[in-house]
Design a protein around this ligand. Structure first.
Ligand code: SF4
Ligand code: SF4
Ligand code: FES
Length: 250
């Protein structure tokens, strides 16, 4: 820190997906309650480096500013975090900002995280309903079921768990913890369970649940504290039973 009222940020930048990354340093005035997103907004308002060189505003994703949309995930001091809830006062300076490493770069801190949405499609992470006519009320869920499902519904698709997972890489093609947690959520739903078998089959084979090495990085990093390892164990059991059933049917 240059003085107690300033904030030093070192930001890894990259103009295009193909170009070489480089670092730029910024010095900002500290304000109480400042977070990483508001610091990036300050840079956008006055894009000048610490050395006084005019530059371009830093590209990053952001939307809700309250840890709900999941868009602002990045590496902050080397750790996957949400920029909108990362308070500057809690971060060691100089603060380094880098894009996620496991996803294709778009520009600067913005990456393409569509692989998560493709994985969610692969496991049919939805409740199948025909919305063309009024179906009336769905089956009732007990409060115990609701209590188990609610934490899983808090996933904000930020992909922090995938960035932190040693098994989530090009070699394994592993779907990652977030997708498995959503399989648990939709398999436990009285109507959603109609697709249970298809979801479990989608988690067998290459890139499936068996790729998980149970390193538990995911559960430690998740900003919404989803019970990820518990979900992996629960869905792992469901996949195993499905495989046994399939074996006796053939
Ligand atoms: S338990 Fe480990 S290997 Fe499995 S999803 Fe979580 S971080 Fe990845
Ligand atoms: S499970 Fe947690 S870390 Fe993973 S995408 Fe959902 S909210 Fe983010
Ligand atoms: S801006 Fe939506 S989670 Fe940070």
């Amino acid at each position: 820190m240059a003085n107690s009222k300033s904030v030093i940020l070192k930001i890894k930048r990259q103009q295009t997906p193909e170009s070489k990354p480089y670092w730029e340093e910024f010095e900002l005035s500290y304000r109480p309650g400042m977070n990483v997103t508001s610091a990036l907004m300050d840079i956008a308002a006055k894009p000048v480096t610490r050395q006084g060189k005019p530059t371009t505003p830093v590209t990053y994703d952001s939307n809700c500013l309250e840890e709900i949309c999941g868009s602002c995930a990045m590496l902050i001091n080397g750790q996957a975090k949400m920029a909108c809830s990362a308070l500057i006062a809690n971060l060691k300076q100089p603060i380094t900002l880098e894009p996620f490493t496991k996803f294709p770069i778009i520009r600067d801190l913005a990456v393409d995280r569509s692989v998560l949405f493709e994985n969610l499609k692969r496991v049919k992470a939805w409740v199948p309903v025909d919305g063309t006519y009024d179906l009336g009320c769905g089956p009732r869920q007990s409060s115990e079921m609701q209590e188990e499902a609610y934490p899983l519904s808090n996933c904000i698709s930020c992909t922090c768990c995938m960035e932190a997972c040693p098994q989530f890489n090009d070699k394994t093609g592993f779907v990652g913890a977030a997708t498995i947690a959503q399989v648990r959520l939709f398999n436990s739903h009285p109507t959603g369970s109609a697709l249970k078998k298809e979801r479990l089959k989608a988690l067998m084979g290459d890139g499936g649940i068996q790729e998980c090495g149970y390193a538990q990085n995911c559960v430690e990093i998740c900003p919404k504290e989803l019970p990820l390892t518990k979900s992996i164990a629960a869905v792992g059991g469901q996949v195993m039973w499905q495989a046994i059933k399939d074996l006796f049917r053939t």
